[in-house]
Design a protein around this ligand. Sequence first.
Ligand code: AQP
Length: 334
Amino acid sequence: SRRILSGIQASGALHLGNYLGALKRFTQLQDAGAPCFLFVADLHAITVWQEPEKLAAQTREIAAAYLASGLDPARSVIFPQSAVRAHAELAWVFNCVARLGWLDRMTQFKEKSGKHKERASVGLYTYPVLQAADILVYKATEVPTGEDQKQHLELTRDIAQKFNNDFGVPGFFPIPDPVIQGPAPRVMSLRDGQAKMSKSDPSDLSRINLTDDADTIAAKVRKAKTDPEPLPETMEELEGRSEAKNLVTLYAALSDQTKEAVLAEFAGQGFGAFKPKLAEVAVAAMAPVTAEMRRLMADPAEIDRVLADGAERASAVADPVVDEVKRIVGFWRA
Ligand code: AQP
């Protein structure tokens, strides 16, 4: 049967890419009736340094973003990753299933470890193995994420397959499908149409944060890199104009229209006219979410209840799977 799983790292501010590529998609899947397990990835967050006194607040903030974007804790299971021991336990077994050669090919590690690979944490290297455990410990069948996670999801499929083969348990782990769809699976930086919008970009002008106010959003959109040409009539004509294409994609995703409809409205107009309209739809789409996040964060008791309840429901699914894995691997038990 169908089971959706995804997570967002507890490592600071969320941006429009996270919102359109992940949060908004989760809500759509939930509302279509799919059972969703959504966690706050705090184990993943510490692959790079996190201030201990801030980590729990960051976890609550992501939980607030889940709730504010429309996830309903009665229907979806929302929990902190570290509160369900099964993730880390299965990750160890998977560390012994995955091959070094597979991890060596992961481009995100290369990007995030930068020039000084030897100084990166070992956790950053095995990050995609933990991700495989996150997914498979629920025997999830579908994993909605942004485009940037595609390679990691392929690794999860390889790990599931190898575990099933090595231990002679065909079908024990389902081979999960990446769900990289939606109107904006790859939101690009506002300063560079070749780079994805990312929270680690040193330029704050490159991204719209979920916490930006209307004036900041308008200013960032105004300063977004574009070209001098007016908007064309078709998407094909936007090929090679990556910044322009990104802004049209954003407008469409934020206003729930197709890109073609957006071009039909704005063809022939320049960015001087288009940008203020884009800022307007961005503010209109995000303001209710940020307002609700602020309301929830003002009194974390409600968030804490959701997370504690979610952790219990998640453990009830994950613990028996890990118990079964331990039996399959041959560990001692009384
Ligand atoms: N630019 C993006 N467009 C669409 N989706 C995106 N996601 C991230 N960036 C974009 C999706 O957001 C979800 C949560 O991501 P994460 O918490 O795992 O963090 P991340 O991918 O590390 O986010 P960042 O902002 O890109 O951080 P850095 O700068 O650290 O790399 C995932 O589903 C992701 O695909």
